[in-house]
Design a protein around this ligand. Structure first.
Ligand code: NAD
Length: 297
């Protein structure tokens, strides 16, 4: 068949695990992450259609024979846009790529009676390949009908991590919301203090350069995305407030020149990390060696 010959000609791409799938529609397919996934699906021999913000007049046609619909739109619009997808074919897989999972998964299960899966690629659009990247996924409904999709991600090089939506969102409170917020606050602080960035760079050890890179890269990305991620749940804001409180308590210690309390707290944290403290020391040495090699190339 034509599909088979396309799949076998597709030697610059990837093996296609579901060659009989009807078209894949990516809602938000012109966006950053959406276009990355459109490219990957196309390279794997799937027929891909994009449904952009201007295309809703044609939505019925675009969606009519969809085999899978993937939602990749701004976080704050995701649930509303999912609710517009009420007429999908019964066997169509409905998936999303949103950085938060509970709300979108719930909305997908409500609007569609067929297979549903929530996906969170733990990477941005700037990666060169999916090798070693993680995709978290939350089962929604009829998991047997989208196993091929999970395997397709593995063919692209990704590692899959199955998790419930609630646990995912709890984990992201630390992994995304707090981390991005501390980067944001550090960036605001740097900009206010206004040091000469070049001089900072020339004085910095590799580990500080990495820290600067971690913070600086945030500001090369989309402000709306990070505002949405950080403020996506009250739990995130509660967590950030607890961090702020502990920060304040630590400042008190400084005002009191209280090195004893500092050392006690240090010891408690050291114990908490346990064997990981040593492990992280070794791992960061390896990372720094790599970072060093690449800056001297
Ligand atoms: P983006 O702004 O680049 O893309 C969103 C796209 O949705 C845009 O093309 C926009 O025009 C389109 N859109 C807006 N309203 C629409 C509508 N009513 N109908 C159809 N399309 C509409 O954002 P992005 O960074 O690609 O993020 C998209 C999703 O991917 C978000 O849910 C985000 O949480 C998730 N995500 C992003 C990253 C990342 O680093 N960028 C990482 C993981 C997950």
């Amino acid at each position: 068949t034509m599909r088979e010959s396309y799949a076998s000609e597709n030697d610059s791409g990837f093996k296609c695990l579901n060659p009989t799938l009807r078209p894949i529609v990516v809602v938000g397919g012109y966006g950053q992450l959406g276009s990355l996934f459109c490219r990957l699906f196309s390279l794997s021999g799937y027929e891909v259609r994009k449904l952009g913000s201007q295309d809703w007049d044609l939505a019925d046609e675009i969606l009519a024979d969809a085999g899978m619909v993937v939602v990749s739109v701004p976080i704050n619009q995701t649930e509303d846009i999912i609710r517009r997808l009420s007429n999908l074919p019964e066997d169509c897989i409905l998936a999303d790529l949103t950085s938060v999972k509970s709300g979108p998964l719930q909305a997908m299960l409500e609007v569609h009676n067929g297979p549903v899966v929530g996906l969170h690629p733990m990477f941005g659009p700037d990666i060169a390949s999916l090798a070693k990247q993680v995709v978290a996924y939350c089962d929604g409904r009829n998991p047997e009908s989208y196993q091929w999709l999970l395997e397709q991600f593995q063919i692209w090089g990704a590692t899959l991590n199955r998790i419930s939506a609630i646990e995912h969102d709890q984990g992201m409170t630390l992994i995304q919301a707090l981390r991005h917020f501390t980067s944001f606050a550090y960036g605001v602080h740097l900009a206010e203090e206004d040091p000469k960035l070049e001089q900072l760079m020339s004085l910095s050890s590799p580990i500080y350069r990495l820290e600067l890179a971690m913070v600086g890269r945030l500001f090369a990305q989309d402000a709306q995305l990070y505002a949405d991620i950080i403020m996506s749940s009250p739990q995130n804001i509660d967590m950030i407030k607890r961090f702020h409180q502990r920060f304040g308590e630590a400042i008190e210690m400084l005002d009191n020149q209280d090195k004893e309390t500092f050392k006690q707290a240090f010891g408690r944290v050291e114990n908490w990390f346990g064997d990981y403290a040593q492990h992280f020391l070794v791992e960061s040495q390896g990372l720094l060696r790599q970072a060093n090699d690449s800056t001297h190339r």
